[in-house]
Design a protein around this ligand. Sequence first.
Ligand code: AMP
Ligand code: MG
Length: 349
Amino acid sequence: MNTRIVKMEEENLDEQALQEAGMLIKAGGLVAFPTETVYGLGGDALNGTSSAKIYAAKGRPSDNPLIIHIADMEALPVVVREVPQAAYMLAQRYWPGPLTMIFNRAECVPRETTGGLETVAVRMPSNKIAQALIREAGGYIAAPSANLSGRPSPTVAKYVVQDLDGRVDMIIDGGDADLGLESTIIDLTGDKPMILRPGYITEEMLREAIGQVETDQTIMDGDAKQAPKAPGMKYRHYAPKGSLVIVEGETGKRISYINEQLSLQKKAGRKTGVIATDETAGNYLADSVKSVGKRRDEEQIAKALFRILREFDDEEVQMIYAESFEKRGVGHAVMNRLLKAAGHQVVKL
Ligand code: AMP
Ligand code: MG
């Protein structure tokens, strides 16, 4: 398949290209596009064949449901059985934005889109290119992250091209994703609203809008016996090609431990990397040291993480050590992704 790559800016939409992209999706094709979280791989959410194509293009297991992206509130009742009051309250505060809500599925949503589930995930992105594309495509785009299954989510178009060139009809390059981390997922189908995947919209922010909120406890636990409630959270995910180990402990100890390990790895002939912060980056003796930014700036860390994991792949780094981060605010989501990327390999000093 020949993939067309189109560049555009959020503030200067290319209406003609968006119309063509919308037509491709309506005709059952696939278009990768930017959102404020990460790039999405989009197809017509109401066409089961399109969703099947998305799984094939990503190499994604077909029991891992897709998120339906909408651009207008009127679209929501069409794809869900009922809209609970909490959903209106959350939508008023956080839509458009990085929040996905789970509802009971309406009949018109094909099983391929929901991975066979009776529930359906819906999000309204704030990115203007995404919104325009959704409207051009008829209002309902099913889109997982635009990476090959298992790889870190793409936050820049370069990595979408790396994974999907030749597998989709069009890739829209809209520059860097603003947030760089996938949406928070909240399930509204149970007795109490429950967070299935932490993200930029934190538990505290959700509480402010709707009061009581719980978090699926299996998501941060590498040894959990129960499967996580979001099917996608059970897969090894976000993983760089090299081996990744998280090192927890007081700063001085952590630096000496990581440097000792780096020297052993180098002796063994491996190319090494470190995920550090601005405060510590100068201290490490790795082949490639990358800073996620200032330790206190969790939003910056969230934005940098996936890009850095991809850069290590570009540099063919084989052994990566990462500092650990506070599980507070957005840091909770950062550590969730980092733990999964590391396959829960953590050294506690
Ligand atoms: P991605 O779009 O690649 O970030 O992945 C979408 C995530 O949403 C995966 O972890 C899915 O398992 C999760 N998800 C989508 N639909 C549902 C649903 N109906 N119930 C629970 N989790 C869902
Ligand atoms: Mg994904």
